[in-house]
Design a protein around this ligand. Structure first.
Ligand code: UPG
Length: 287
């Protein structure tokens, strides 16, 4: 017998799978950050289509992938507002079954982006059986909605052409900014390292993990992969990590013991907004 939509509106298996190429994409987008926006503006703009926690799934077809979008975060509320304003409509047009998780580092200790992303992976999986994880800086907005926030056969780097770098890929192995790994790919590399404190290196460490596990980095072309970065000053408590160069020589010997299998943290609060799930965590940073 055919399965129908359940009482929660969850689409049953009877829906046909969504098309490989979503039909309502717009291509190049107008993106502008010199505008005052509030979260309430964004709720008014996209709220009617969302479920609490920044969750969405298409109603006319069965999404190809279940995607958790993970944003490492501390004290960038203005950027988050722009990000939500632009990304929700894009992710909806891409017909994803998705949720947005903002992983907020509690306190003033040294920032640890990679550890926050590991935490996002674990916390998102506690809520839903996501199969794809997109890790995104809060200040990066795609300017082409054909850049699909999906996973592929190999880990995928999405932010290939950022305005700050004159729309050029800065170096071949770059994996920072916005990237996507399936659950299997992420488990294969033991997630990110937890031991990169402060700015830099953690994305290159992941890039090395990927190649040591005999995977490649896949990318959209440099037109589809264009991004705008919101301008900002260097944050406090996120100075360049002086150990990052040395640590990158140790990826191979450390990756099996430093990552998802050594992750330690305490959740302080999980708050559901219509636009996102906000998870505040103690990452056990030195202050
Ligand atoms: N972030 C915060 N609050 C902070 C510090 C960082 O929310 O106080 C988050 C935020 O999502 C930000 C990201 O961390 O977008 C990266 O930090 P940022 O200082 O903006 O680094 P950038 O130099 O702009 O980013 C590049 C890459 C990034 C990589 C970083 C270091 O885009 O992915 O982590 O270089 O290698």
């Amino acid at each position: 017998p055919e399965e129908s939509a359940g009482p929660t509106g969850r689409p049953g298996k009877s829906l046909d799978p969504c098309a490989d190429v979503p039909p309502n994409l717009q291509g190049v987008l107008q993106v502008e950050f010199r505008t005052n926006r509030t979260l309430q503006d964004v709720r008014n703009h996209v709220g009617p289509f969302l479920q609490q926690g920044g969750r969405y799934r298409p109603t006319s077809c069965r999404a190809k992938q279940k995607v958790a979008v993970i944003i490492p975060f501390r004290n960038r509320y203005e950027h988050l507002t722009h990000w939500l304003y632009y990304l929700h409509p894009v992710l909806m047009r891409q017909q994803l079954d998705y949720g947005v998780y903002v992983i907020n580092q509690d306190g003033d200790g040294v920032f640890n982006r990679a550890k926050l992303m590991n935490i996002g992976f674990v916390e998102a999986l506690k809520e839903y059986d996501y199969d794809c994880f997109v890790f995104s800086d809060v200040d990066l907005v795609p300017i082409d909605d054909r850049n699909l926030y999906r996973c592929s056969d190999h880990p995928r780097h999405l932010s290939v052409a950022v305005d700050k770098f004159n729309f050029i890929l800065p170096y071949a192995t770059i994996f920072g900014g916005v990237s996507a790994l399936s659950e299997q790919q992420f488990l294969k590399v033991n997630g990110f390292s937890n031991t990169f404190w402060g700015w830099g290196g953690e994305d290159d460490d992941m890039s090395q993990r990927i190649s040591y596990r005999r995977m490649f980095i896949s990318r959209p072309d440099s037109v589809t992969g264009r991004y705008k970065m919101i301008k900002h000053k260097r944050d406090s408590h996120n100075d360049p990590n002086p150990r990052r160069i040395q640590k990158l020589r140790e990826t191979y010997s450390n990756m099996d013991k430093d990552g998802l299998n050594s992750l330690n943290y305490t959740v302080r609060e999980i708050r559901k907004d219509l636009l996102y799930t906000f998870v505040t965590v103690d990452v056990q940073a030195d202050v």
